[in-house]
Every structure is written in structure tokens, then in C-alpha cells.
Design a protein around this ligand. Structure first.
Ligand code: ZN
Length: 64
């Protein structure tokens, strides 16, 4: 999963490792205001998580 292929919906499907925002919640700035965009770490984390989920799906298919 490339970062440019990530949609905002996919990014918010994972929690943010930077500000601690829960999944499906927007990122928060230090001031407590909602972040207009997600933290870059969250995007990397989402890309990684989606990649792992894909491999997980593939493995479960192969085990059938
Ligand atoms: Zn965040």
C-alpha cells in the first residue's frame, strides 16, 4: 500500500500513534482542536496495517 493510495477513510480506520486519536476519530492538535489532516505517522501506520491485513487475508485463503 503506497501512501498516495491511502484515502482519508483508510487513514482514520487505524488509531493515531502520534496524538492517540482512536480509530474513526480525527487527529487532535496539541491544543485539543481537531487536526484538519491526519498525522504523517498515522498514514504510515495505516499503510502498514492495511498491508498486513492483506497478507493475513491471503494466508487465510491459502489455508482453506
Ligand atoms: Zn494524530
Amino acid at each position: 500500500m503506497k501512501l498516495k493510495d491511502l484515502t482519508p477513510e483508510l487513514v482514520v480506520s487505524v488509531p493515531c500513534p502520534t496524538c492517540g486519536a482512536a480509530s474513526e476519530r480525527p487527529c487532535l492538535l496539541y491544543s485539543g482542536e481537531p487536526h484538519i489532516d491526519s498525522h504523517i505517522e498515522r498514514k504510515f501506520y495505516a499503510a502498514e496495517t492495511i498491508e498486513l491485513r492483506r497478507w493475513g487475508d491471503l494466508e487465510s485463503l491459502l489455508q482453506r
